[in-house]
Design a protein around this ligand. Sequence first.
Ligand SMILES: [Zn+2]
Length: 465
Amino acid sequence: MTGREGTAEGSADSGAGTRIFSATWVLPIVSGPIHKGAVAVAGDKIIQVGTLNALTEAYPGAEVTDFHHAIITPGFVNCHSHLEYAVFRGLLDNKNFGPWILEIIDQKAKLSRADYEVSSLLGASECVSSGVTTVGESMYSGASLAAMRQAGLRARAYQEALGLDDNKIDETISMLTDSLDELEEESGELIEIGIFPHATYTVSASLYRAIAELGRQRGMKIATHLAESKEESVYIRSGSGVLALDLREKVGWDYLSHEPFGVTPIKYLQQWNVYSSDFMAVHCVHAGPADIEALARYDVAIAHCPKSNAKLGCGIAPLPAFLRAGIRVGFGTDSPASSNIMDMFGEMRTAIFLHRGSERDVNVLSAAECVRMATLGGARALGLEDRIGSLEPGKQADFIAVDTEYSHFTPIHDPYSALVYGANQEDVFFTMVAGRPLYTRKVLLTLDDEKITADAMEAKEKLWR
Ligand SMILES: [Zn+2]
């Protein structure tokens, strides 16, 4: 697409300082596609959305950037990722969830803080260049906060917490509080801090409760990996399996007793008063009707990660049932350690094929619903829908442009269909967050991708030893 943008400066006073971005299609999400549409931006906000003709008439002094054969859509909201694991891409491609989680513990220990910084920058650059404007990031090392800030991304950065030894809860909460204080100091305007108790097999029930209380006190959102694998179901229900034995031995928790709870992981967490509309459950692959009812009753949001779940052999989450229950659902790519690339087009396409195929019904999911989930759905899941997720006056100017001037897009009958069935991350050529372009004509404006790639290759060398 490089070279096809045209910019024309108006001369009238009205609208000076206003920027108009136009394309063949504009997708506001809250209303139908606009042919020959445009978005007017002032500062960090959208001030009007409509046809190019209407907007140039309303703001004759505005600077106009015409993307021509392109689709402007709200930036993608990637509800669940681990940018700091970007260098694990392709390392453990053929492991089932159990062996995968054991191996990843060893691999994580090989990297230094500096390596995690490089890895996070690699992840952040992929987000910007693939049209992700908001990230729901789970932080292990904490390095991704600085990377997202440098990139100019919007985020909810969740600090991970782990612990099965209830004698150490006070210590864990005190350390968590210190790190939340520090992160809030460093977070900047576009990033909110949250808490991420890692999973039911790495966080005790008491620690979940203490974290839920801390979240309420600090007004922070919470997210957790939940009901991802059959190994987790076996661990919670029967107190056995790889997570009860091998994982606890590896981490040094084998001195602790563990009882079977006889319930599903989702029902198990329900008992500990952690669910609320500020809670997001990541995965929920192993969710039956009673589980879905519980999540809906407490207005828990779900991050749906279809590619990661399929690649690790975990299964297919019952997305159509989540949507029928009225649960807020967004897409998550999860980390490159499990899904390899953080391409939201890939998540949308995987979801529509998996669910239509497994339910043997095309009516379970449409391309328009996929794009909505990848944008406004994700914003609602993260509790950010007052600011982002759609193109509306008053919302933040977070949007992207997808180049459609290629044969695989021609002809376009429906722009949603073009995005879901035809587009890939390489087709994104413009990314803006809060009115600031981060990527234009396929050039990263905030990150040095050549240096990042070279540094990441060096960090990767440690992993193959
Ligand atoms: Zn994850």
